[in-house]
Write a protein of this length. Structure first.
Length: 353
């Protein structure tokens, strides 16, 4: 393993929204303005759009859009403002220190429930459906080589009456997807106890050391699990929910959407083109990710190849929040989470349909 520091275990809880108290703090921490040029080689002036610096696999589409010129093509220059702790990322969007955020539908729903005026504008990750793309499925699940768990069915007889520890943060893909898998395999989802880590690498180390029972990780880190001899018991496709298993959304504040719709449209166009590029250049996209994260990454996520946001992909995430008691029935609907204003039918990749 590449991570050697002591694993920090923090029992996961519901995300602290900090919509009011967090707006004035945190988003300045680590803020570093990019000193790159704001004009192209041809002298074309570029408009800056800002986002916090990502230290995980979510950085890939931004890197591709920047380095392959898709942002510049739209008259935009991406500025990475520095790392921001997760609970304060939303606050940095609301107070204008950053323009762009990204989140899974259950996260976005909880932001909005908490009073945040934000909307999703286009999709980021998706779950691949073609068998040949299995290596890009959103998450894989691993146990130690000495674990009696070899499949989901084995969990029924494992630590009966006790909690099963798995890395995850409520609400996110790391809690939604395994809960749906547990439902599908007639396992008791209330036995899941989610533990928060700073990185997927730390989760892999924790399962190897026996600190947790199951680790779930994303594509850039699959090779680390293999190198350590961990055993894969399944992946996110076991939820049987289709592309929406992994769906994530780019979002902006309502204020920014109203004041700068042209910039948002340019962002949607650029980031979607970047995702299409990444789907056809996995190795190059993984290399960009490796360099940015300062680690060896051998894979990337699978991405949306058009600008549409099908609301039926969002509904299961909302339904799960209702099932978990975080939302009341009909308190939110998919249309509350997104705007379709920036759908651009001219940008799509028919080879991915």
């Amino acid at each position: 393993m590449t991570v050697h520091k002591k694993t920090k275990l923090i029992i996961g809880g519901v995300v602290a929204l900090l919509v009011v108290t967090g707006i004035g703090v945190g988003s300045y921490l680590g803020r570093v303005q990019n000193s790159g040029a704001t004009t192209t080689a041809e002298g074309k002036k570029l408009v800056e759009i800002r986002t916090y610096t990502r230290q995980d696999c979510g950085v890939t589409p931004y890197l591709v859009a920047d380095q392959e010129g898709f942002f510049a093509e739209q008259g935009l220059k991406i500025i990475f403002t520095g790392t921001v702790d997760y609970p304060q990322q939303l606050a940095s969007i609301l107070n204008g220190n950053n323009d762009i955020g990204d989140a899974h539908p259950n996260e976005l729903a909880m932001f909005i429930k908490g009073g945040a005026t934000v909307k999703g504008v286009s999709r980021d990750d998706l779950e691949p459906m073609k068998p040949q793309d299995a290596q890009y499925r959103h998450m894989r699940y691993y146990v130690s080589k000495n674990s009696p768990i070899k499949s989901w069915e084995d969990i029924k007889k494992y630590k009966v009456g006790q909690k099963i520890l798995m890395n995850g943060t409520i609400p996110s893909c790391t809690t939604f997807v395994p809960s749906i898998i547990f439902d599908r395999y007639a396992l008791d989802r209330t036995r899941l106890k989610f533990v928060s880590f700073d990185s997927d690498q730390q989760a892999l180390q924790a399962v190897e050391q026996g600190d947790i029972d199951i680790a779930e990780v994303h594509p850039p880190y699959y090779h680390l699990a293999k190198e350590t001899g961990l055993v894969q018991i399944g992946d996110s496709s076991d939820s049987a929910m289709g592309p929406g298993t992994a769906v994530a959304l780019y979002f902006f504040s309502d204020k920014y959407l109203k004041e700068h719709p042209d910039r948002v449209q340019g962002f949607v166009n650029a980031i979607t083109k970047a995702q299409i590029w990444a789907l056809h250049h996995h190795e190059e996209a993984a290399a960009m990710t490796s360099k940015a994260l300062n680690l060896t990454a051998t894979g990337t996520h699978y991405y949306a190849s058009d600008t549409a946001v099908p609301e039926d992909e969002l509904q299961p995430w909302i339904d799960d929040l209702v099932k978990g008691g975080f939302l009341k029935k009909n308190e939110l609907k998919p249309a509350d989470l997104v705007t379709h204003q920036f759908y651009n039918p001219s940008i799509s990749d028919p080879t991915q349909s």
